[in-house]
Design a protein around this ligand. Structure first.
Ligand code: NAD
Length: 285
């Protein structure tokens, strides 16, 4: 499909989306914008974008599709900026942020102006960041959540899916709230657990430096995501606060329960705790 695609935020996700769009739509012009000149220079030299623009507004006004691929707090700012710009009448705006409710709320002025904003979250990624890590195949077979509101026409959702078909992802429609609840359980909260396990090991290491030397296998598997970008995770925890507070409460209850089994030496309950978890985990598609 011909047209100008503006990708704002040329990091892991923005770069990967740019490559995936180009893969399916070689006629399209991929325009890149990033606050970092170095990221724009790299994106250009790696062939991730066709051209760079000097400002977000400059690229936005010329775009047929705008993909906001910046950290979620910055996404809110860019949405506010878009609401005041003379955009093309048929433009589709989407984002890739890991939270949806606050972002869709910030898009309301834009939606009320008749601009098609469709929230998005490609559920694949990596603990790496930056355009150097971008790959066209990053989203292959992953779920790609879209959260169109009632303001958005079905034909615009179809058009966006067509633009994104090079991701080879499976699109799933959710409400922003449903998205934030599910992402909270399976993505956001596990990051806190991983980070807290690392903090615990770090505290023990002060007593015995063998801790980090012996930390292998399971510990490395379960804490891999603790190496993710702290700025990104800070912003996600600010955005999805209400869901996450509930998850903290439920997790604390869960820990108290299993702690009691261990304190009581209740081998049957401990066995069942692990057995049920194994059955559910083994049954995941
Ligand atoms: P990243 O750090 O690799 O890239 C972010 C880029 O945005 C950087 O190049 C940065 O310079 C740029 N940027 C920051 N503020 C900007 C602004 N105001 N204008 C223009 N550019 C700006 O991060 P990422 O992993 O690509 O994450 C981007 C978004 O994707 C986040 O909203 C995140 O929630 C979402 N996401 C991340 C993952 C993941 O696993 N990394 C997965 C799915 C969705």
């Amino acid at each position: 499909m011909q047209g100008n695609v503006l990708v704002a935020g040329l990091g892991l996700i923005g770069g990967s989306i740019a490559l995936a769009i180009k893969r399916a739509h070689s006629d399209a012009t991929i325009i890149g914008y990033d606050v970092s000149d170095e990221s724009m220079r790299l994106a250009r030299s790696l062939g991730v974008i066709d051209e760079a623009v000097p400002s977000f507004a400059h690229g936005a006004c010329e775009a047929d599709v705008i993909v906001l691929a910046v950290p979620v707090v910055q996404t809110e700012q860019l949405l506010r900026e878009l609401a005041h710009l003379p955009l093309r009448s048929h433009v589709i705006v989407t984002d890739v942020g890991s939270t949806k409710e606050r972002i869709v709320e910030q898009a309301l002025p834009l939606l009320e102006k008749g601009v098609a904003f469709i929230g998005g979250h490609p559920m694949a990624g990596s603990h790496k960041s930056g355009v150097v890590a971008a790959r066209a195949h990053l989203f292959e077979n992953a779920f790609y959540i879209l959260t169109p509101t009632e303001h958005v026409k079905e034909e615009d959702v179809i058009r966006l899916k067509h633009w994104l078909e090079g991701t080879k992802a499976h699109f799933v429609m959710l409400t922003p709230r449903e998205h934030d609840r599910i992402a909270g359980v399976i993505s956001h909260f596990p990051h806190i657990i991983a980070a807290s396990l690392v903090h615990q090991a770090q505290q023990y290491e002060r007593e015995d430096e063998l801790v980090s030397r012996l930390a292998a296998g399971g510990f490395r598997d379960i804490t891999r995501i603790a190496s993710s970008n702290p700025e990104m995770w800070r912003d996600i925890f600010i955005h999805n606060k209400e869901e996450l507070l509930q998850l903290f409460d439920r997790w604390i209850e869960e820990m108290k329960k299993i702690r009691t089994y261990v304190a009581d030496g209740d081998s049957e309950r401990i066995y069942h705790y692990f057995h049920e978890a194994k059955q559910f985990r083994d049954g995941l598609p």
